[in-house]
Each structure stands twice: as C-alpha cells, then as structure tokens.
Design a binder for this molecule. Structure first.
Ligand SMILES: [Ca+2]
Ligand SMILES: [Ca+2]
Length: 296
C-alpha cells in the first residue's frame, strides 16, 4: 500500500493494520482523484480566507468517503457491516461522536470490553471519580451523548428486505432502588445522515426507542428492514447513549454503559456478497456532492 493511501486511511480513522482493510488499485485511483478535488477546494477557500471551513469540509468528506472505502474493503469477507463483531478489538469501520462534535473524546467514552479475546464496544457516559461526585474527576467526557455509528451498505437486488441483528447490554451504577438515581438512556435508530431517526419500516422513529437504563439488561435482537432501503446510500446505524438529568439539567454523576456486539446486516434470502460497482458508485456520488458544493 502506498504511503499516500495509508495517510488517507489514517485520517479517516481506519486501522490500516487490520486484516479486514484491503485497498484495491481502483480505490487508490479514486482516493487520488478525491485528493485533487480537495486540494482545489482548499485553495479556493484560502483565497476567500476561510481555510478553517475548508478543512472542516475536507475532514467531513474524507471521513464519509473513507468510511465507504473501509466498508468496501471488507467485501471479500462477505460482510455488509464492517467489524460488526469487534473482532479487531478496536473501532475500525466505526465512527464515534461525542456531543455532536465528532471523535473528540480523550476520556473513557468509547472503550473496548475484552473478555478473553472476545471484544465488544463499551460506550460510557456520566462516570466520575469518585462516583456520584459532580465535582470529582470526569472519567467520560460527554455532557449529553455518545454515539457510535456506521454507514450501512444496502446493496441488494432491490426487491428484498434486509435482516439487521445485534446484541447489546446496558448497565448503570445506580438503579431505581437508589434515592439519588436519575436514569441515563439509550436508543438505536437508522439515521438518514441529517440526524433524523427512522425505524425498520422507513418511518420516523427508532429501532429501539429512547429507553431508560435501570441496572442491567441484555438482549439479542433482530429487525426486518423494509425492501425500500435497498440500494439507498446515505443511511447510518446509530447506537446512542444519553445522560439523564434532573429539572436543573444536572446528572446523578453515576455512570451508565452500553455494550454492543455481533452486528450483522444481510439481504433476506440473498447472497451476502456485495458488488464492487455499488461501492464505486458511492465514492463517485460523494465526489459529485462535493463538486456541486464547490460550484455553489
Ligand atoms: Ca465480539
Ligand atoms: Ca447517570
């Protein structure tokens, strides 16, 4: 792999050491084309004195595109979700967000729970040291929410739905037995890319409605996604953990965790195999959107 491609993948948060990541010659060409377009955009932005905006836009486009690339890179392994079982014991293939600011946390917001080599995502909020002390040292950095998400590959025949399956577990340091308890909560939904949540039928809603975390709970759950999702490109699967607050907007400063594992997506009755042209279309579509924005 060329140094250039490695740098791009790193920028996109892709673990290039992962055996799941393979870059083809075609990918390389598209990345180079993308870099040229970004360079042109940056030069234009510099000329009107908003390099920062240019960088932000570049970052966003890069992350989206690289996420698509990372997704495409796993097709050889016949998976429509990248690193859905966290077998890499890191967040390759996934994107993280804290309070809407992106992947900024240096705290324990996104940890990996490693049980004798079987890894799963561990999303955390509202932990303090000591526990329950808002004036103590924050262990997690989120003020509102941590979201783990991945762009979904809905490549399919166009007539069949999809099966989405995952396992999750939640836990909270306090429960409704404790007088100081304020429940944190979680949700799972299909995000249309602009922050709106939808359910498995493609209606506004959630796969799992915002649900209070009261002690421990675990479940493996399966959804049949409507065939109208087939070949749509801008959908994300979001797992979000939110901090519950009292009427003054203060949390109980006792932590909650959301554990995720074994996420899979497959076309119902179809091959799990995904074709390369669809990926190329995604990359090209990303560039088109970018070019359009540049003209505006
Ligand atoms: Ca696992
Ligand atoms: Ca709490």
């Amino acid at each position: 792999m060329l140094v250039f491609v490695k740098r791009m993948l790193k920028l996109g948060g892709v673990d290039i050491a992962s055996p799941l990541v393979k870059v083809t010659a075609k990918d390389e060409i598209y990345l180079r084309y993308l870099a040229l377009a970004i360079g042109a955009y940056l030069r234009r932005e510099q000329s009107v004195g908003s390099l920062k905006t240019g960088k932000m836009v570049m970052n966003k486009i890069m992350k989206t595109t690289i996420a698509v690339l990372a997704l495409s890179s796993t097709h050889a392994f016949a998976a429509m979700i990248s690193n859905g079982d966290f077998s890499s014991c890191d967040y390759s293939g996934w994107q993280k967000d804290t309070d809407g600011f992106g992947d900024i946390s240096l705290g324990n917001d996104f940890a990996i729970d490693n049980n004798a080599g079987n890894c799963r995502a561990a999303i955390n909020v509202d932990h303090f040291d000591p526990a329950g002390d808002l004036a103590g040292a924050p262990v997690d950095e989120a003020f509102f929410a941590n979201t783990l998400f991945q762009q979904l590959d809905f490549s399919g025949s166009g007539t069949k739905g999809f099966t989405l399956e995952f396992s999750y577990a939640v836990s909270s340091e306090l429960s409704s037995q404790d007088p100081l308890f304020i429940a944190d909560y979680f949700l799972v939904g299909l995000n249309d890319g602009s922050g709106n949540y939808f359910n498995q039928n493609g209606d506004l809603g959630f796969l799992i409605e915002p649900t209070e975390i009261d002690g421990q709970f675990a479940q493996t759950i399966s959804f049949e996604l409507d065939s109208s999702f087939a070949n749509q490109t801008n959908w994300y699967l979001d797992f979000q953990l939110n901090i519950g607050t009292d009427i003054n907007g203060l949390p109980d400063a006792f932590g909650s965790s959301l554990f995720i594992d074994d996420i899979s997506l497959s076309e119902i009755g179809g091959d799990v195999d995904v074709n390369e042209p669809a990926v190329m279309f995604l990359l090209a579509a990303g560039l088109l959107g970018f070019r359009k924005r540049k003209i505006n």
